[in-house]
Design a protein around this ligand. Structure first.
Ligand code: GLA
Length: 378
């Protein structure tokens, strides 16, 4: 009798910690219909969650991440990304909130480039330049979506065939973007693409972060670090001049964490061109391997976001075009600099600047790129 009691107690005590461990590992994925496009096509919403309370909602319209819930240092969960409450919001006007950006993220000067003697003409949708894939880029198309359920991660795999000459780009481009959430509060994005004709590719995600969790606040108190001793100075239309400039001694120095607001108002030609920060930083590590890229710390909430990437650069955009006219989630008008983006990518205008790392994709090659956004506290 006593022996069986002992066995019973042993089972109870040996089960409890492992059950706990099992709970901590718990990951879930929920899928629902989210709305309809004007052509009647149904769009879905995938919500990935882990046992720490972190959750990401993703729609297959534009591959948009519509919410990111992350805990503060007290464990309180808040949504740390900008966006709209429903699909209609995204169909009206959006500055790429949370979306996949392609076929070429960032600018291509004068909306044109040449490959093997063939000149391609793209939409000039940003003054005289082409921006973020054109009039109907990857942020405005419906992606095929499949859920992923693994031991340590859940996710959604998005696929899209961008046809030859779509938005003026050559080649049928087969694109896969996989979003996963793991037990370590990491949102990982894996991009893959293949083509049947020489083309250019530069994919990124355009999530806007506000780690206060209350986007009525500006992001100027966020402390930013970027693992880059150089950035790309631009002309007045935000096309790189070609030189890599040292950040040292300039308002672009984020090697050691610094408040975004600390120097943004300085009278600096580059800041004037960008209306603040809207520039490309070139990482010191150009190995193409996954590396630490940037971090953002919000001191009041304790939220810390670390960014890792295989990409050579990041466009840090400080929300300078937000002006209160867009009414976001919960009826919040998104005011000047209330969101910031860290868009991992190749350099802007690379198709026209042969000295930059190449963005050309040839048939038979596989474009591959990965980025991780990690949500922890300090
Ligand atoms: C990018 C650009 C900015 C702006 C935003 C969208 O990050 O660099 O200039 O166009 O997208 O508003």
């Amino acid at each position: 009798m006593r022996y069986s009691l002992l066995i019973f107690l042993m089972i109870v005590f040996s089960c409890t910690p492992s059950e706990k461990a099992e709970n901590e590992k718990q990951l879930s994925i929920e899928i629902k219909e989210w709305g309809k496009l004007p052509n009647g096509q149904t769009v879905q919403l995938f919500t990935l969650s882990n046992a720490n309370g972190v959750s990401l909602s993703i729609t297959n319209y534009g591959g948009i991440v519509t919410s990111i819930f992350a805990p503060d240092r007290e464990g309180k969960l808040s949504d740390v990304t900008l966006g709209f409450d429903n699909l209609e919001g995204y169909l009206k006007e959006t500055p790429y909130f949370g979306a996949i950006v392609g076929r070429y993220g960032n600018r291509i000067a004068n909306g044109t480039f040449t490959l093997d003697g063939n000149t391609y003409t793209l939409a000039k949708n940003n003054g005289k330049n082409h921006l973020h894939g054109g009039e109907k880029g990857f942020d405005k198309v419906v992606w095929d979506a499949e859920k992923i359920e693994g031991k340590d991660q859940v996710g959604v795999q998005l696929s899209y065939l961008s046809k030859d000459r779509e938005e003026g780009y050559p080649g049928n481009l087969n694109v896969t973007v996989t979003y996963t959430l793991n037990t370590k509060n990491q949102w990982k994005i894996d991009y893959k693409a293949t083509t049947d004709k020489k083309t250019v590719v530069n994919l990124t995600n355009h999530a806007y972060f506000n780690l206060t969790g209350e986007p009525k606040n500006a992001v100027l108190n966020h402390e930013l670090s970027i693992a880059a001793s150089h950035f790309l100075p631009v002309d007045s239309t935000l096309i790189p001049l070609g030189e890599l400039k040292e950040v040292s001694g300039t308002p672009f120095d984020f090697i050691i964490p610094k408040k975004i607001g600390s120097r943004v108002e300085e009278d600096d030609t580059q800041l004037n061109y960008g209306r603040g920060y809207d520039h490309c930083w070139v990482f010191d590590d150009q190995s193409g391997k996954m590396k630490f890229a940037a971090s953002v710390f919000e001191p009041a909430s304790g939220r810390l976001m670390n960014v890792y990437t295989t990409e050579p650069a990041v466009q840090f955009y400080g929300g300078n075009f937000l002006n209160g006219t867009l009414i976001g989630k919960g009826g919040t008008p998104y005011q000047f600099r209330t969101g910031m983006c860290l868009e991992t990518q190749h350099y802007p205008n690379s198709p026209n600047q042969p000295e930059f790392p190449s963005t050309v994709l040839n048939p038979g090659e596989v474009y591959q790129s990965s980025t991780i956004y990690e949500f922890i506290t300090k």
